[in-house]
Ligand binder design. Structure first.
Ligand SMILES: Cc1cc2nc3c(=O)[nH]c(=O)nc-3n(C[C@H](O)[C@H](O)[C@H](O)COP(=O)(O)O)c2cc1C
Length: 197
């Protein structure tokens, strides 16, 4: 992605993996696009496939042109390097597959997503993993504990119901709003408990 290599590569990193929940990533992208905030996307091969299955389209055609998209094999991308992290504010893996979680937990850094996550951890930068898997086996749980102890935040895709969601979009917004809260970014994606708005 030449534009990102030569131009501004600061901002946030969104990694989309092959877990169910591409709709969350789409909504997250919409927030950054609407607020014209810098975002760099990475997608795994499985992530591309699940996006097509769940959203009935190709991510390339659905992503605003201002947002660079890297493939999991692009190990020469800026975020594979520690120096990029002086600019990167946070990385969110949304949704996060158990495979990518395991890759990060073992420190394999075998593709751009796990390498970028590895860099975020070593540089002590915010890293949020959003798993969707259920039920969880002992390996999943151990891997979550490992990455949590290494500094990552595990933010499972678990909907709340106290804001009385009326449809799928409300449930998606609740989850994406929780991620934005964790990043310290303002939003009105859901009504807060006890508030009128
Ligand atoms: C429709 C679909 C839904 C999937 N949902 C999940 C899921 O929720 N969680 C998960 O860990 N894997 C899920 N998988 C399997 C992953 O895509 C698979 O393990 C893949 O190797 C993950 O690769 P990645 O981590 O490089 O994206 C799903 C696969 C498909 C085709």
């Amino acid at each position: 992605m030449e534009k990102a290599r030569t131009g501004l590569t600061s901002g946030y990193i969104l990694a989309i993996t092959g877990a169910s929940g591409a709709i969350y990533a789409k909504r997250f992208i919409e927030y950054f696009s609407k607020h014209q905030m810098p975002l760099n996307c990475i997608i795994s091969d499985a992530g591309r496939r699940v996006w097509e299955i769940e959203l009935e389209g190709n991510i390339k055609n659905m992503l605003p042109t201002s947002i660079p998209l890297y493939s999991q094999n692009d190990l020469a991308a800026p975020m594979a390097s520690g120096s990029f992290l002086t600019l990167a504010q946070a990385m969110v893996i949304l949704p996060c597959s158990m495979g990518t979680l395991a890759n990060i937990a073992q420190g394999l850094a075998s593709n751009l997503i796990s390498r970028a996550a590895d860099v975020m951890l070593k540089e002590r930068r915010p890293l949020i993993l959003v798993p969707r898997e259920t039920p969880l086996n002992r390996i999943h749980l151990q891997n979550m504990l490992k990455v949590s102890e290494a500094g990552a935040i595990i933010l499972p895709a678990m909907p709340g119901f106290y804001h009385r969601p009326q449809n799928i979009q409300d449930m998606v917004d609740f989850l994406v709003g929780k991620i934005l809260d964790t990043l310290g970014l303002p939003h009105e994606f859901f009504k807060r408990w006890g508030s009128e708005k």
